[in-house]
Every structure is written in C-alpha cells, then in structure tokens.
Ligand binder design. Structure first.
Ligand code: NIG
Ligand code: FE
Length: 426
C-alpha cells in the first residue's frame, strides 16, 4: 500500500461538486451527487469515483487504506478564499465598543481598527506570527478546510508586509492546508503617511510591490477600496500595476459604502471582488459578464451588524458566488465554516446546495484553482472531508457545530475525530 492511497467506500453520498471552473447562477444548485459512492485516491490524486459496487469490482481493497463511510457524506475539502489569518495581537475591546454602538469605520477614523493590528504585527517576531498562524490553521483543518487564502496588510511597510508573507510561505510548507498568499499592502493608511494617501499608494507601488513580486511571495494583489480608505482611482492605479507585474487581482469592494468597486473589479478582470454588501445592480451585472467571482463574507456583515450582500440576486444575475470567513482580528474573528453556512442559508437566503458550491468549487475559482481543487473529480488533489452524518444538509442544520469527522489532504488522513485524543493527526 503506497502513501496517499485511500479508498473510501459505501458513503451514503459522494457530493462531488464536479467541475473545473466557477459555477454561475443555476449551476450552483447542482452538486452532482453519487449515492452509495466510493472514491479512490492514489499518491494523493483522485483516481476514480463512482458507485461502491462498481469501484470495488475494479480496485483491490488490499492496495489501499480503506475507509468505510457507511452512513456518512463525503465532500470536497472546503476552500476558504478570503482570510487575514496571520496577525499580531487582538482587538477584543473594539468588539465591545462596537456592541455599545460605535461603528467599525468610526473606530478606524479614531486611529483604532486595522492600525491597531499593524502596531502589534510590526512588533511581533516571525516565530510569534508563525505559532499563532499554525494554531489557526489547525482550527480550520478540523472544520474541513483544505485550502485557505491569507492576506498581508498588517504591515503597511515593506519589512512587515514581507514578514507576513514569508510566514505564510513557511506555514504553507509546514501545514497540510494549502495557503494561497495575497499582497494587501493597501489595507489602510499608516500613521507615517496620514493625509498623504497618494504618496502612500506610490510607496506601495514602487517600493513594496516589486519586492513581493521579485521574491514570488504572492499570487494576488488586493486593496481595501472604500470611502476614507483607498479611492477608486488609487485602487485602480495599484491594481493595474500589480496586473502588469503578473499578479491576479482581488478587491475589498463596496463593503460599507457604494463606491463602484464591483464595476472596477469587472473593468480590470479581477479574479474576485469581495464583501459587496453595497454593490450596485450594475456592478453585479458587470461582474457576472466579466466572470468575476463574488466572494461573500456573511460573518463580517453579522459581526458588524451591516446588511447582508444580495446573494440571491447575484445568483439570479448569473454571478458565481463564493463564501468565505474573512477571518481577521477586527471585523470578523472566526474561522467557523459552520457559522458561515448558517448565516448564508438562514440570512442570505441561499440554498444549502448553493452554499456548498460556494465553499468548494467557487472558493477554488476565487483563487484560480478550480482546475486542481474544489471538487471530487479525477485528476484533482485528494482533498476530502467526511461528515458524521449521511447528508450535506446537516451542515447548516446542525447549527454552528462542525459535522466534519475526518479530513483527507493529498490522500492522507490529517484530522480524525473518531481517533479519540488524536484529533489533529498530521
Ligand atoms: O475584510 N475591510 C477590511 N479588511 C478586513 C478587516 C480587517 C481588520 O479589521 O483588521 C475585512 O473585513
Ligand atoms: Fe477581508
């Protein structure tokens, strides 16, 4: 039996989410389920799938580590396509201020918010960032996440932005979860550039972006395009340069104010536009036409008591919608996939099927990875989660509690709740 050879048999259902590109509109409802299913993984790659009887006729059980998934649902590993999981310090007191009625943007205007985390992240050693990042990845893994995106943006200077990205690189190598890195140097205006926003954007473009690209430390460039943060013009200037230098584009767009971020994402051919709580109808239609994934972050709307994005409308207009946690120390401190499922289905009125597509194949598409992860298809990575229940419908139904019993990454069991006392076992 070779390493990375697994045969899963007798699953109540294999929810394949089959596909190699983003699913838009109605396509999101079709999960392409195989009842009484089996999946064969060889050397970490999915080799075959189908009904158990048929698979067992062709493949010898003794060649594999066999998992009997009777009474269980088998899904692709989740792809959390928007997080800020590497950071120093915490902001619990700001959470309480928000509860007392002070808004996220007010806190930011008063010098708190992101800048608070910038101070702590600049002061943190690489080891501190690595250790806390590792713990957060372990929590995500136990929730069924096998690919995660992580953003810089708590440095706002060359040294710290590079430090954050290098830590993510090391975590990617050390941890089973694949970490996809995004450069978010334009996340806020640092104290030393107060009142000189254009100068700061030029600094990011001329002094930080080239280092990130030269060291191959990021695949994507993102910007917080928002009133009182970075304007449409400033965002466009930075993103055009990043595109020219070979990075894929992402935007924090139309989160608090309708600024035209969705339209800009479409114009620039961004891979995703994220948040979109206030996106205009025109912007949504343009995103659908341009094939920009709408990455929605209901945990943030919930935590900030902001209105939820119009997910249903976006799907009706043929957008490909992804869901992600936005895990960060300020606006949404959670890695909870079950919470995101609950909010999306209960408050954003999308179906469980659409939510599953949004956290698998469309999450992968939001990271330009729909050809290698995000579904159970032959040739893709053997990234799979097995639920303790017979149907994916239990995910939001079991409110806020994870149903994930086993996680397989590249054909290896890396989390197993059945093995008592050995939860994380990579
Ligand atoms: O996606 N909106 C901007 N950035 C993050 C929040 C970061 C923070 O508050 O630390 C977000 O919500
Ligand atoms: Fe974010």
């Amino acid at each position: 039996m070779k390493k990375g050879n697994i045969l899963i048999k007798n699953a109540s259902e294999v929810v394949t989410c089959s596909g190699f590109k983003a699913k838009a509109g109605k396509e999101m409802s079709d999960l392409k389920i195989i009842p009484d299913g089996a999946v064969v993984i060889e050397e970490g790659i999915i080799k075959a799938l189908g009904e158990s009887d048929r698979i067992l006729e062709t493949f010898e059980e003794e060649d594999y580590q066999v998992i009997d998934a009777s009474g269980k649902s088998v899904l692709p590993g989740f792809v959390d396509s928007h997080t800020h999981f590497v950071f120093g310090g915490y902001r619990a007191e700001e959470f309480c201020w928000r509860l007392s009625g002070i808004s996220y943007m007010d806190i930011m205007q008063r010098g708190g918010g992101i800048i608070n985390t910038v101070k702590a992240t600049r002061a943190a050693s690489k080891k501190e960032l690595y250790d806390s990042g590792m713990k957060r990845l372990d929590s995500m893994l136990a929730l069924g996440v096998t690919t995660v995106e992580g953003k810089s943006g708590y440095g706002l200077d060359c040294e710290t932005e590079i430090k954050q990205l290098e830590v993510m690189n090391e975590l990617d190598r050390a941890h089973p979860i694949d970490v996809v890195k995004t450069f978010l140097g334009a996340h806020a205006i640092p104290k030393e550039y107060e009142g000189e926003e254009d100068k700061f954007v030029d600094y990011i473009i001329t002094e930080v972006l080239p280092v990130v690209v030269e060291k191959k430390l990021a695949e994507f460039c993102d910007v917080f395009c928002e009133k009182n943060v970075f304007s449409i013009e400033q965002s466009k200037k930075l993103l055009l340069k990043a595109k020219e230098m070979g990075l894929g584009l992402k935007l924090h767009a139309d989160e608090i104010v309708q600024l035209g971020g969705a339209e800009l994402a479409a114009e620039l051919g961004a891979v995703s536009a994220d948040h979109l709580l206030q996106a205009s109808e025109r912007g949504i239609k343009e995103m659908a036409r341009a094939g920009v994934v709408a990455a929605l972050l209901p945990g943030t709307a919930f935590s900030l008591k902001e209105p939820y994005p119009k997910a249903k409308y976006m799907i009706d207009k043929q957008c490909a919608v992804a869901l992600a946690t936005d895990m960060n120390p300020g606006s949404c401190f959670t890695e909870s996939i079950p919470l995101i499922f609950a909010l999306a289905t209960i408050y954003m009125n999308i179906s469980v099927e659409e939510a599953v597509s949004a956290l698998t194949i469309n999450g992968a598409a939001a990271l330009n990875r729909a050809e290698i992860v995000g579904s159970i298809d032959i040739g893709k990575k053997g990234d799979i989660s097995i639920l303790e229940f017979p149907s994916y419908k239990y995910i939001p139904y079991h409110l806020g509690v994870s149903c994930v019993e086993k996680v397989i990454k590249n054909g290896r069991i890396v989390f197993d709740r059945e093995r008592k006392g050995e939860k994380i076992c990579w």
